[in-house]
Design a binder for this molecule. Structure first.
Ligand code: SAH
Ligand code: SF4
Length: 392
């Protein structure tokens, strides 16, 4: 029961927004709510926090006033602070959020979270770690060291903040600038773990966050609308299937081990054949629930027609979707994006093998919100600002 202690002693004003049912139960227990009431009270809090998006205990009409007051005296419903918000010409939004510190040494980790609206859906791209321990050579996040794993609360809070800002809770008003999905569609209808970090190296927090997001009494996002993207942490893939069951995306990017070792160094530990076997075994994979294979288009590196044919051959007996991602450049990157003609030729081969519209349109490029560009730019701007202050 260590968590109870930490809830009570170290964080008297800890936020309850983003916690699991179990942690909400512990929070209630720490206020001496009788054991027999914990389940019911947890369900009530859950509804107000996740279904209604309430930010004030006083609005929780079916909770008696003394308990509401007690809750307010010990806890908050605060969200991470939004340090900056950017809106792209194409409607993509990027938020820099500062997470509450997890211990005395933590200065408050900052992460980025991206929202991509389309006419019939809105996808939120969440981060699972601050930085990344892996070093994929085409990824800007990979050049930053890992600062810390995000907690379940940090991950879920990204969804709450997005829904707050997009007017996506019952009775709220959507923003008037930028695009939001059309009438009858939720602003945040899909979640992808494609922000910063390797989700399967933060397994427990990601699994618990998916549980909170998909709970039918709360945020109510179906697991079929939640996608976890991994660079290929093979031993965790069966666990993800067994303990969580979201949609799976694999950052493949190469068809030979020799090249993949260079692009995704984790491949030296878990080579392509093992990775694809884990995909074949992924529970629930079917033609209706395909695994997405991401393939970043790097000029002269992995973009030949022969590689397109090899890609199709490799994925032959796997229920797969292929997502070709134009490389998003960053300063000092050792790669360039493939030419449009080359991408089209590659995509035609994949298309003719039966995979529909495989090229991912880059979104939010003007605000550096595309895959692999997160956070670094902010850090760089900060460093530049600090330098200017020092020099000035
Ligand atoms: N760590 C996980 C999820 C985060 S990255 C993973 O690697 O899958 C999300 C996707 O963006 C991955 O497919 C990743 O390979 C890709 N990506 C990283 N940097 C990129 C860049 N500069 N341009 C295009 N895609 C990139
Ligand atoms: Fe980490 Fe994914 Fe970037 Fe690789 S592509 S460095 S795993 S965030």
């Amino acid at each position: 029961m260590e968590t109870t202690t930490s809830l009570v002693t170290t964080s008297p004003a800890r936020s309850l927004a983003g916690l699991t049912r179990a942690d909400l139960g512990l929070a209630l227990a720490s206020l001496d709510v009788p054991e027999r009431e914990i389940r019911m009270r947890t369900a009530q809090l859950w509804h107000w926090i996740y279904h209604r998006g309430i930010r004030d205990f006083d609005a929780m009409a079916n909770i008696a006033k003394p308990l509401r007051q007690k809750l307010a005296a010990h806890f908050t419903l605060a969200r991470p602070q939004v340090v900056s918000a950017q809106l792209s010409a194409d409607g993509t939004r990027k938020w820099l959020m500062r997470m509450p510190p997890v211990d005395a040494r933590d200065k408050g980790a900052e992460i980025e979270c991206v929202y991509i609206p389309e006419h019939d859906r809105g996808t939120l791209c969440v981060s699972s770690q601050v930085g990344c321990t892996l070093t994929c050579s085409f990824c800007h996040t990979g050049t930053q060291r890992l600062v810390r794993n995000l907690t379940t609360q940090d991950i879920v809070a990204q969804v709450l903040v997005a829904r707050d800002l997009l007017g996506d809770f019952p009775g709220a008003v959507p923003p008037t600038d930028g695009l939001v999905p059309g009438e009858g569609n939720r602003a945040v209808s899909n979640i992808v773990f494609m922000g910063m970090g390797e989700p399967l190296y933060n397994f427990d927090a990601v699994r618990d966050a998916v549980d909170v997001m998909s709970d039918g009494d709360g945020l109510s996002l179906s697991r079929r609308r939640i996608t976890v993207s991994t660079s290929g942490v093979v031993p965790e893939i069966p666990r993800l299937g067994a303990e969580s069951g979201p949609m799976l995306a694999i950052s493949l990017h190469a068809t030979s081990n020799e090249l993949r070792n260079r692009l995704v160094p984790l491949n030296k530990r878990y080579p392509i054949a093992d990775l694809l076997q884990a995909c074949r075994d992924y529970p629930g994979a079917s033609n209706a629930r395909r695994i997405t294979f991401e393939y970043v288009m790097l000029k002269g590196i992995n973009d030949s027609p022969a590689e397109a044919r090899e890609l199709v051959r490799l994925l032959k007996h796997i229920p797969a979707k292929i997502n070709l991602i134009p490389f998003n450049p960053w300063p000092g990157a050792p790669y360039e994006c493939s030419d449009w003609g080359t991408i089209e030729r590659f995509s035609d081969i994949v298309f003719n093998a039966g995979y529909a519209s495989p090229v991912r349109t880059p979104r939010g490029r003007d605000i550096l919100a595309a895959c692999g560009q997160l956070k670094s730019e902010t850090e760089k701007l900060r460093a530049r600002a600090r330098l200017a202050i020092d020099e000035g």
